[in-house]
Design a protein around this ligand. Sequence first.
Ligand code: GSH
Length: 200
Amino acid sequence: MPTVYGLRSSGNCYKVQLLLEMLGKSYRWIDTDSTRGATRTETYLSLNPNGKVPLLVLDDGRRLAESNAILCYLAEGSPYLPATSWDRARTLQWLFFEQYSHEPYIAVARFVRRWLPETHERQAELPRLHERGANALDVMEDHLASEAFFSGGVFGVADIALFAYTHCAADGGFDLSRWPRIGAWLERVRAQPGFSPMIA
Ligand SMILES: N[C@@H](CCC(=O)N[C@@H](CS)C(=O)NCC(=O)O)C(=O)O
């Protein structure tokens, strides 16, 4: 049974929780509150020197960090990771997009608005985060004009990765009614068998 070190309110950790629930796999969850320094202790750094959650630990002691790498590992052989090289590469395209063009704006805006005091200097980042985050949502909206999902045309790991911070983008100050196809896609994700909501 794998062990996940994670923070329930983190979208990156929720990705792993959601996939494990959809796969119907048993797992141990160790609450690790990165907002209170739990990822910076000597013990945790010996598990993940990068000091971040989520972290997957297998029974034989092997450890895997980076949420989207964990998704790919856990989804291998399931319908959530395409088997053909083209559809798998298209899925990877969206996983990399999520980490470079989406999460750094949409998740960070959520962090600034929900976890930092209103007087914190990082509140000044919000206009730029909103501009870049809106660009990412435009790109997703455009894709959804011709395809129903992001993982090679069907539901899979790229949808899970993008769902994690898109569904709670309002926490960061994004008005999702601007992107109606994204709204419909969020509902299609929620309708997938085994879907479980983020515990925040
Ligand atoms: N690229 C990483 C990002 C992980 C990440 O940023 N985790 C945050 C919580 S959402 C964290 O552990 N932050 C603690 C820290 O940086 O000290 C992934 O996708 O797993």
